[in-house]
Design a binder for this molecule. Structure first.
Ligand SMILES: Cc1cc2nc3c(=O)[nH]c(=O)nc-3n(C[C@H](O)[C@H](O)[C@H](O)COP(=O)(O)O)c2cc1C
Length: 198
């Protein structure tokens, strides 16, 4: 698919058909994700792949706060056959930037303009979203409630130095699976671009 079309077609998809996703398509999304740029080429990311009904079900059990989950959003999202959890590893960045060519041996976190570990993992997630479109699939990036992160770690044995930046559902879009954003409307380009100054 033409690149501009991939970008324009991408929308968060929040409901999926029961058609399985070809493993090769998931593999390609992950391959593209791990080609994302990363500060110092730290590549301090990891991707928890949940691609069967058991692991996907355990994801939802772990990440849904008690008493929540009986709503349209959850019902739609739970139809996704595949979930990828992108995780960022701050320690990998502190290690990388303590190397001689960077020299931040004090590992002082105030040196970092923003948490590049989260930025880079977010860039990787975007590549998954775009690859999904290119594969004729739908995807949605969404947040893991902070109250449920420990449960997610425990359920899947996530190491303590990795934190989920969110999660990505993947699958074949169901009719009506795109919602919300269209209602709000996209800001005009001229309102967000400040050429030469604010
Ligand atoms: C960092 C981030 C967090 C998001 N969290 C959620 C979420 O928790 N649940 C959800 O349904 N969508 C989530 N979204 C999707 C946004 O709602 C969506 O991108 C926005 O409404 C624009 O719609 P579009 O991506 O379909 O163009 C998130 C997107 C980003 C980038």
């Amino acid at each position: 698919m033409d690149f501009a079309e991939v970008v324009r077609r991408r929308r968060m998809v929040r409901a999926y058909t029961d058609q399985p996703v070809a493993p090769a398509a998931v593999r390609r999304a992950l391959d593209h994700a791990h080609r994302a740029p990363s500060a110092g080429f730290s590549q301090g990311w990891a991707f928890l792949l949940l691609d069967d009904a058991d692991t996907v079900g355990r994801f939802w059990s772990a990440t849904t706060p008690a008493g929540k989950g009986d709503n349209a959003w959850s019902r739609g999202m739970r139809t996704a056959p595949v979930i990828v959890v992108p995780l960022a590893c701050k320690r990998a960045y502190l290690d990388r930037y303590a190397e001689p060519d960077k020299g931040w041996t004090d590992r002082d976190e105030s040196r970092w303009p923003v948490p590049y570990w989260d930025v880079d993992t977010g860039m990787a997630a975007l590549l998954m979203l775009l690859t999904a479109v290119d594969e004729g699939l739908g995807a949605c990036f969404f947040g893991v409630p902070p109250s449920q992160v420990q449960a997610l770690r425990t359920e899947f044995g996530v190491p303590a130095d990795h934190h989920p930046i969110g999660a990505v559902t993947l699958g074949h879009p169901a009719p009506g699976g795109v919602s919300r954003s269209a209602r709000r409307g996209r800001r005009r380009l001229d309102d967000v671009v400040h050429r030469g100054g604010w």
